[in-house]
Write a protein that binds this ligand. Structure first.
Ligand code: XMP
Length: 542
């Protein structure tokens, strides 16, 4: 994977667009800034705050956004925007920490505090700035426009830099927004990128479209043609191998590359035995059947189960599944002697996440399944046609490429599959029970419509699945006593998978699912519902 400080994704496809540069100071929500900018149909990229001045100039941004940070201006004197940011003559928006560093670098003053909290606030808007004029949630006591926002409480700007005027305030934070209209520099202490800031999306749109005047030209339809042309140019007459997992990202990558080079793409579908019920058949039907792509289907479940036997530690299981996957994939890829490229469905959040880890701006909770070492050992070059795109953009692309909506809008499924949804040791017979319980849950979610909005509960949740617990409990069925296993149902709502709320499924639905699982899946006699949000829980149980 390319280093995060190289201008990733800057092939002909993205360079043709006007671009916004987002400099990341290490906030947990920097990616949301990029999503809001993309939603305004403007192309943008996130790079670490310490890129060089030459990089900033070479990027030729139409505007620059400085993110928040977990750090304090006082704690870390080196955490500043490159000087070039202030020399290019383009509009700059500083968010939270970004506003503090703007204040300090432009000659204002910040009073630092070591601790920062995130919370709801109502800010009063002052003056008529191009950024906030006409954007208000309600009128305050004196008729002043007010915004409902999420704000960081911690450092404070205590003196405006020369040329800046007050733009927003709260009782506890007299300078919660500042503007230098002449230069197009704006600082806000609140976070317009998070959905809790009710009109945040409008604020970001106003900045990139209204103030910076960026063209709203990042449109999926055009992107297909650009991406196809780029793949053809990169690959030339070579052959490409791709690991198809049945997930959205690898499926969309396969469809896109197939559109570009047809039969010169071979998909290798490694079935580790830990897929959802019927998933193998569905993937083959779609790709080999409907798209007429070349797909090698490898049933490697025996190899995976043998390697996992007796292992119950979550991290050890993840590592084994990753290792065996690489082993099987390598063996199959070597058989395709003519392949010169390895295609992967890496998407933009993966690129940014690995960059974050490298610059120590994010912490790693679980070792994610990936095939990082493969290109080197196989002597293949890496083809990643989705690395500029967010998940929702990948879905839009999939639909535009003709993949069925149900496939493209499937909930995400982790690389290690049911391996992280079976606590403790993986027993093949238990995998079968879990697959069936999970399929019943998903069926019922799809079949049950919420009368409040006419949408079914599968579409209304971001991710839902069953988890197998390696414990037994006593029950009674008919006249007899049972002593069988337990499954937990999990259903969450999230927009970024970094935090998640429990989906409040109707009781009638939960009871129906529980009844069907216990009646139809012999070996399970109890069903529970997980009501833990993330944090403190993670979405998967392992
Ligand atoms: P957690 O459990 O960390 O999951 O809250 C967040 C999201 O990531 C998915 N996930 C994975 N995806 N390989 C993947 O491709 C993995 O190893 C992996 N582990 C978790 C999880 O399903 C959820 O959507």
């Amino acid at each position: 994977m390319a280093s995060p400080s190289t201008p990733t994704g800057s092939g002909p496809s993205s360079a043709a667009h006007e671009r916004v540069l987002i400099l990341d100071f290490g906030s947990q929500v920097t990616q949301l800034i990029a999503r809001r900018v993309r939603e305004a149909h403007v192309y943008c990229e996130i790079h670490p705050n310490d890129v060089s001045d030459d990089f900033v100039r070479g990027f030729a941004p139409k505007a620059i956004i400085l993110s928040g940070s977990h750090a304090s201006t006082y704690e870390d004197q080196d955490l500043r925007a490159p000087a070039a940011v202030w020399q290019l003559g383009v509009p700059v928006l500083g968010i939270c920490y970004g506003m503090f560093t703007m204040a300090v670098q432009q000659g204002g003053q910040v009073e630092a505090s070591a601790k920062r909290e995130f919370g709801y606030a109502e800010v009063e808007v002052h003056g008529r700035t191009r950024l906030l004029d006409g954007i208000a949630d309600f009128a305050g006591p004196g008729g002043a426009p007010m915004l409902k926002v999420w704000m960081s409480h911690g450092d404070k700007v205590t003196a405006l830099p020369p040329g800046f005027a007050l733009m927003a305030s709260t009782p506890s934070c007299p300078i919660a927004g500042m503007a230098d209209e002449a230069r197009g520099y704006y600082g806000v202490q609140f976070h317009p990128e998070v959905t809790h800031t009710v009109l945040g999306r409008q604020v970001i749109e106003r900045f990139v479209l209204g103030i910076a005047g960026a063209r709203a030209d990042w449109v999926m339809r055009d992107h297909i043609e650009e991406a196809v042309a780029l793949i053809r140019e990169q690959v030339g007459d070579d052959e490409v191998v791709l690991g198809l997992s049945g997930g959205v990202d690898s499926s969309v990558a396969a469809a896109l590359i197939h559109r570009a080079i047809g039969d010169r793409l071979t998909c290798v579908f490694v079935d580790h035995g830990l897929l959802r019920l019927d998933e193998g058949r569905m993937v083959m039907e779609m790709f080999a059947g409907r798209l007429l792509a070349k797909v090698v289907h490898v049933d490697a479940s025996a190899q995976f189960f043998a390697a996992l036997a007796g292992v119950s530690d979550p991290e050890a299981k993840r590592k084994i599944i990753g290792r065996e996957f690489v082993d099987v994939f390598q063996r199959e890829a070597r058989k395709l002697g003519r392949a010169r490229w390895l295609a992967q469905g890496t998407i933009y959040p993966d690129v940014v996440e690995s960059g974050g880890a490298k610059t120590k701006k994010a912490t790693s909770i679980k070792s994610h399944h990936n095939v990082g070492g493969l290109p080197e050992t196989l002597g293949l070059r890496l083809l990643e046609p989705l690395r500029d795109l967010f998940k929702d953009e990948v879905r839009e692309l999939g639909v535009a490429l003709g993949l069925p909506r149900e496939m493209v809008h499937r909930h995400p499924f982790p690389g290690p599959g049911l391996g992280v949804r079976m606590l403790g040791e993986i027993v093949p017979a238990h995998v079968k029970l879990l697959q069936r319980a999970d399929a019943i849950f998903i069926d019922e979610l799809r079949a049950t419509v919420d009368p409040a909005d006419g949408r079914n509960w599968y579409d209304k949740t971001s991710q839902a699945f069953a988890v197998f617990l390696p414990v037994k409990s006593v029950g009674v069925m008919g006249d007899g006593r049972t002593y069988d296993h337990v499954v937990a149902l999990r259903a969450v709502l999230t927009s970024d998978f970094m935090t998640a709320d429990v989906a409040e499924l109707p009781y009638a639905l939960l009871k129906k699912v529980a009844g069907r699982i216990i009646n139809e899946v012999k070996g399970i006699n109890r069903v529970t519902f997980d009501v833990t949000s993330k944090p403190p829980g993670t979405i998967e149980w392992e």
